[in-house]
Design a protein around this ligand. Structure first.
Ligand SMILES: [Zn+2]
Length: 151
């Protein structure tokens, strides 16, 4: 991986912004069913990745400078730029967390008559246990903690 990235340009502010904007667009497109938005977002994210893996540093630096010049002309965004660098990963992480929770909630609702749900005390994973079996010993698939369940 080090060898692969050696001559590559890497991520800059433009890449980060495009990546976040792309993922946000794709997420909105996905949630609203607007496939054009989803594809535009994915395309933006792919271009961001292509920039990061590019070996043409000079061109990428020019693009980033152009982007920064453009953004600094917008007063509020220019101010926010300074604080933005530290937290590029947060929005995507929160979004995938919300998606997982929504999926879990849907599964729990669908299986509410046949399964009992409990949280693993060690790692917090939601475990499904068949209902009506009395006392069970359940092993968490994620961290292998054994716990006793009553169903
Ligand atoms: Zn666990």
């Amino acid at each position: 991986m080090d060898e692969f990235m050696k001559d590559r340009y890497g991520a800059d502010e433009l890449t980060t912004t495009m990546g976040i904007a792309g993922m946000a667009l794709a997420l909105i497109g996905n949630l609203t069913g607007l496939s054009a938005l989803l594809w535009a977002g994915l395309a933006l994210a792919v271009i961001a990745l292509a920039r990061a893996f590019s070996k043409n540093r000079a061109a990428r630096i020019r693009e980033n400078e152009g982007y920064q010049a453009l953004v600094s002309r917008i007063p509020l965004v220019g101010l926010l730029m300074a604080g933005q660098q530290a937290a590029p990963a947060a929005p995507a992480g929160v979004a995938s967390d919300l998606k997982r929770q929504a999926r879990t909630a849907r599964t729990m609702w669908r299986d509410r008559k046949t399964k009992a749900f409990m949280k693993c005390p060690t790692c917090g994973t939601t475990l499904a246990v068949p209902k009506g079996k009395g006392k069970l010993i359940v092993t968490c698939p994620k961290c292998h903690t054994k716990l006793e369940a009553h169903s």
